[in-house]
Structures are given as structure tokens and as C-alpha cells.
Ligand binder design. Structure first.
Ligand SMILES: [Zn+2]
Ligand SMILES: [Zn+2]
Length: 394
């Protein structure tokens, strides 16, 4: 009898070996339409299927990417959808086929999956996983749904994680186990902007000791590019932002010079003044590439590197840099995702640097919010009041 019940559960794909193995409910912040605030609702949550885990979320970062969706600047495949893509929590149940993740583990959720079987994953380049094209569609990695709203409609999960929720069910492909000594909010930030910024410097641009660097936009990615440049031994680190208080903060993260952007500011000229008249070796475009990529390119020296980490709205279809400038300037332009390295190695690496005191991560958190305050969190983000706001769920 026991065997037949287990077999039946396995056949329906609903077997969990421990923890919450039945359908449950959770509160979550849902995207229900462009221009609308996130809707905090109680939804149904199914148990994990064989390759999935059930995670009780504790901390989730408020990142600009979700704001692009709320404003309609980037499209997602469906609504309603639980937003949130940079979170950390505790595993409460694991499916029967899950490997190397156990109940009680502390985990960071990754906004790109690592399917493990595509050509990129087999080569260890999980940040190029072939499944990455599916992250904004809504369903789980297997194409089905684990969430329903009060009306019985399927609910998607942004980036395959749907982190703005007290509980979530995700494939093991989206999970990195972290050491239990790491604060959850640090683990949450380490799942997105920290490896993105640090890795843009160390892996994409390969900044070396003595190089000069300009970082445009010192938010989630950019502030970590600043501290990545300091770690790499860059001699000149120029932070650029619209907000003076962020520039003051950038100095504490390693910036040697700051430039407040705004009308009438000739950024390339200002950067040349600080780099012996020639421009920076590397520029990092961490905000609004449509508005900043041309200045970034012109702020670099001949043979310079421009690394772009920021998203553009879908309405932006061309790059603003004249091709002849790239040719004559012998420039390299790099699009960098997840710091141009596997998230499965990049996240542990930034946490190792944090534990040895080389990266300031707790200092990135400006404000904390409860789930019901999430729209205030996004208003603060849009107004430039936070380095990082963090949702506290635990
Ligand atoms: Zn993010
Ligand atoms: Zn893959």
C-alpha cells in the first residue's frame, strides 16, 4: 500500500521527500499590468516536482530589472506573475531527483538557470545557459505552473524564481547553496548585482593593476564594479552618477574621483582631465546604455574597453556609437551578463571575498521593507534613494 501511494505520487510528479509536500498558500507580490503597482496577494503554491525545491524566502533585493517590467519597458510572457529575481532563503522541501541540495540548506536563487545539459552548461559557462531565453515567460523550467491566484488562474514566476514571495518553488537549476554563516540579505545581493559588477571588471574587462576605470551609474551593478576595480588594483577609479550622495558612497567603496552627471557636463572631457589627457582604459555602463554608451566609449582611451551591464528598454533598437569611432579607436565593447562567469562559481566567489573582508556587501543595503511595503521600495528605487533596498520576509 505504501509503495503504491509513493508510486502514484511519483507518477503525478508531486512527490517530495521531506517538508511541505502538499499544496500550500503563500503571500506574493504579483505583476498584473503595466503601470499598476505590484499586487500583494495570497496565492496557491504546489509542492515541488522531482527536480524542484521549495524555498522559504528570507531576503530579496529590489533591482531595476523588475522596474523595467512594471513600466512596460521590458516585456514578460504573461500576467499575473510573481516578480523578484535576487533572493535568498531556506530550503524546506526537495523533490526526489534533486541532487546536492538538502532541507535546511541556505540558498541563493539565480535569475538565470543552469540546466546542466546544454553545450554551455557542460562547458561550465552556466551564464550562457540555453534555457536563458525562457526566464521571462512565466512557467517553470518544465513548462508547467506551480502557482494559481484566487480566481484559479495560472501565475508565472519571473526569471524562474518568483522571489517576491514568502515561499517559492524553483527548479534546482536556479539554486546555489551558500554557507549558513552568510547573512541572507548578503546572499540575496550576491545573486545578482554583486557578481555582475565585480565580474564585469575582473572577467569581462580583465582590469589590471594600475589601470584607469570609469563607472557610469553607481547602483547595484556599478557600486560593485567600483569595488571590483579597487580589488583589481586600478589606480584611477572614476564614479559617475546623477546623485551626489551615491558619489559620496562610491568613495567609501573605492572610487578615487567622482563626477556628478547632468546637463552641460562633458563626461569624456572630464574623464580625460583625470587620466593624463588620454581617457580611461575601461568604462562600465551600468545604467541606461541608450543615454550613456556614447559618452562611455568616448571616455575611453585608444584600445579601450567598454563593458555594458545595464538593460535598455525594448524600444531602443540601435547603439548610439558611430562604428567609425569603434574602428579608429580600436575599442572593444562587451555585453556582460552575471559578470561574464558561471553564476554557480561567481556567487560563491563573491561570498568568499566578502568573508575575507575584501568586498563590502552589507553596506550596500540602504533600506529594508516588508512585503506590504514593496511599492514604496520601488518608489524609493526610482527616486534614487537606495543603493539597494531589500525585502525582508523571514
Ligand atoms: Zn537584479
Ligand atoms: Zn544550460
Amino acid at each position: 500500500m505504501e509503495l503504491s501511494r509513493r508510486t502514484l505520487l511519483a507518477l503525478t510528479g508531486a512527490m517530495a521527500v521531506s517538508g511541505p509536500s502538499a499544496r500550500t498558500t503563500t503571500r506574493a507580490a504579483l505583476f498584473r499590468g503595466v503601470g499598476q503597482p505590484l499586487s500583494v496577494e495570497t496565492i496557491q503554491l504546489d509542492p515541488p516536482r522531482p527536480t524542484e525545491v521549495h524555498v522559504r524566502m528570507v531576503a530579496v533585493g529590489l533591482c531595476h530589472t523588475d522596474l523595467h517590467v512594471l513600466r512596460g519597458e521590458r516585456q514578460v510572457g504573461m500576467q499575473p506573475m510573481v516578480m523578484g529575481h535576487e533572493g535568498a532563503g531556506v530550503v524546506e522541501a526537495v523533490g526526489a531527483a534533486v541532487r546536492d541540495i538538502e532541507t535546511g540548506d541556505h540558498v541563493a536563487l539565480t535569475w538565470l538557470p543552469a540546466c546542466g545539459v546544454c553545450r554551455w552548461c557542460r562547458a561550465g559557462a552556466h551564464h550562457r545557459c540555453a534555457e536563458s531565453s525562457r526566464i521571462a515567460r512565466g512557467p517553470q523550467l518544465d513548462g508547467t505552473y506551480r502557482r494559481r491566484d484566487a480566481a484559479g488562474r495560472d501565475v508565472g514566476s519571473f526569471c524562474l524564481v518568483g522571489a517576491f514571495a514568502e515561499r517559492t518553488v524553483v527548479d534546482q537549476a536556479s539554486v546555489v547553496v551558500v554557507d549558513k554563516s552568510i547573512p541572507f540579505e548578503v546572499a540575496a545581493l550576491a545573486s545578482c548585482g554583486v557578481p555582475a559588477g565585480v565580474g564585469a571588471v575582473t572577467n569581462a574587462a580583465r582590469v589590471r593593476s594600475g589601470d584607469s576605470v570609469v563607472v557610469i551609474g553607481v547602483g547595484g551593478d556599478g557600486m560593485n564594479a567600483v569595488q571590483g576595480a579597487r580589488l583589481a588594483g586600478a589606480k584611477v577609479i572614476i564614479a559617475v552618477d546623477l546623485h551626489a550622495w551615491k558619489l559620496d558612497a562610491a568613495r567609501t567603496f573605492g572610487a578615487t574621483h567622482t563626477i556628478q552627471a547632468g546637463a552641460g557636463v562633458d563626461l569624456p572631457a572630464r574623464v580625460r582631465e583625470l587620466t593624463e589627457g588620454v581617457g580611461a582604459d575601461h568604462a562600465f555602463v551600468c545604467v541606461d546604455p541608450a543615454a550613456t554608451l556614447l559618452d562611455a566609449s568616448r571616455a575611453t582611451t585608444v584600445g579601450g574597453t567598454v563593458v555594458m551591464t545595464g538593460l535598455t528598454p525594448e524600444s531602443v533598437a540601435t547603439t548610439p556609437v558611430p562604428p567609425i569611432e569603434l574602428l579608429r579607436g580600436q575599442k572593444t565593447v562587451i555585453g556582460s551578463v552575471y559578470g561574464s562567469a558561471s553564476q554557480r562559481t561567481g556567487i560563491p566567489e563573491v561570498l568568499r571575498l566578502y568573508r575575507q573582508g575584501s568586498l563590502k556587501l552589507g553596506e550596500l543595503v540602504s533600506r529594508r521593507y516588508r512585503l506590504d511595503e514593496i511599492n514604496q521600495g520601488y518608489a524609493d528605487l526610482a527616486a534614487g534613494r537606495n543603493l539597494r533596498g531589500v525585502l525582508q520576509l523571514g
